[in-house]
Design a protein around this ligand. Structure first.
Ligand code: SF4
Ligand code: SF4
Length: 405
């Protein structure tokens, strides 16, 4: 089969596989830009909409991940700018995030014009279902979401942060989610994952009850072939795909020395555009928390063309190293002699240092049991943990020790 025989979607996923060992430049530009059909959906200056799988919901390709936002004014202005999908969770700001979204939507009287997503989960420290959690407990948890949101229903209810895939096949979980959907309190149900994303997506397709998948995807994952294949499979099953972590937890204010050649705007927009070039992804939920970043991110909704600087950024092989995005693959675990929970620590670091979301960072850190926490790093002066990607684990562990130990 030559390239002309390939559908655009297959072209992209096949290309991803083909460049697994090539430089960073290969996928972001040569393969994404080489496909002229990308331009057919765009009319200069108009907001690009895509349909969320079989849910039929049409959304601008840029939405708002509300997780980091504490200012309701940013949520309100986002709506006025054209954002129509707001993503929150019971976990974010211990429910205060849902309350804020609910108040803004009520004030604007636009409930029927927006797509609201929230998430619930009840995992234990290993990501499995907490012992004793029943269908009733899950439904009660979701009713708490509706109360905080001051809504009768949400458009998407996710099973949050799926790490142990068995949770998706648990009878109580499946029963609870399908009951909630039948009741009309959630129009659609989905799952979210940023750990072993490919496996999680493949299992979610098999589970057959999920209509939406929220997954991490960004340019530092360009060589994660299985992820592109899994997303293609989900899309073929008409499951709607929404992208998170599109900016790789990007260093936005200020850019570090390693990114001094690029403005924060270039980094943010190039990253977001790269992810949204994959048209099987309906929308993205960048976590902007101020007006400037809101405008920058939402401008991508009507302009997916890379500027020269954005191309330079995506072609810069040093960039991937500077990001050090942790894909939560857990391959580093074996390299730590004390069994420290490095992936969760790397996520803690991202929330604290890159998102400046200290509440989320603390909540994430608190997920780690004592015997895998920084407490056991105490006598280890030279961190020997190694990442199979580009994460500088010793540096981040050292940062975290200053913050939490
Ligand atoms: S630090 Fe590296 S090896 Fe460890 S989970 Fe993250 S990406 Fe994987
Ligand atoms: S400092 Fe590094 S190698 Fe030592 S215990 Fe902590 S994570 Fe493991």
């Amino acid at each position: 089969m030559n390239n002309q025989d390939l559908t655009r979607r297959k072209f992209l996923s096949t290309s991803a596989a083909g460049i697994a060992t090539a430089g960073l430049a290969s996928l972001p530009l040569k393969n994404v830009l080489a496909d002229d059909s990308l331009k057919t959906e765009e009319k200069k200056g108009e907001i690009i909409y895509r349909t969320l799988g079989k849910t039929g919901i049409k959304l601008p390709i840029v939405s708002m991940g509300v997780m980091n936002a504490e200012n309701p004014g940013v949520v309100e202005e986002s709506y006025k700018l054209g954002v129509r999908h707001f993503d929150t969770a019971a976990y974010y700001q211990s429910g205060a995030n849902e309350e804020m979204v609910g108040k803004v939507i009520k004030k604007l009287v636009v409930r029927d014009k927006v797509t609201i997503a929230t998430k619930i989960f009840t995992p234990d420290m290993y990501g499995a279902l907490k012992p004793g959690v029943t269908k009733k407990i899950i439904i009660d948890q979701f009713d708490g979401c509706l109360k905080r949101l001051q809504m009768d229903y949400v458009d998407i209810l996710y099973l949050h942060n799926v790490k142990d895939n068995t949770i998706m096949f648990n009878d109580d979980v499946q029963d609870a989610f399908t009951t909630i959907k039948k009741s009309g309190k959630a129009r659609h149900i989905g799952m979210s994952t940023h750990t072993y994303m490919a496996k999680g997506i493949n299992e979610a397709v098999k589970a057959k009850i999920f209509e939406v998948i929220l997954t991490a995807i960004n340019f530092t994952l360009y060589d994660y072939t299985e992820l592109f294949e899994a997303m293609t499979k989900a899309s073929d099953a008409e499951i709607g795909l929404i992208a998170m972590k599109t900016q790789a937890g990007g260093p936005r204010i200020p850019n570090p020395e390693s990114l001094k050649d690029y403005s924060t705007e270039t980094v943010a927009k190039a990253s977001l555009k790269w992810a949204m070039k994959f048209d099987y992804i309906t929308t993205s939920i960048p976590g902007f928390d101020n007006y400037e970043h809101m405008r920058q991110d939402f401008s991508v909704a009507s302009d997916l063309e890379f500027t020269e600087n954005e191309k330079k950024f995506l072609n810069d092989n040093s960039v991937k190293l500077s990001f050090g995005f942790c894909r939560q693959c857990e391959k580093c675990l074996a390299s730590c002699p004390k069994g420290v929970e490095i992936p969760t620590l790397m996520r803690t670091h991202m929330y604290a240092r890159q998102y400046s979301n200290f509440q989320m960072a603390r909540a994430t850190y608190n997920e780690i049991p004592y015997y895998k926490s920084l407490d056991v790093c105490g006598n280890c002066d030279n961190c020997v943990a190694k990442c199979s990607n580009s994460v500088n684990i010793p540096k981040k562990i050292s940062d975290l020790k200053m913050m939490y130990a």
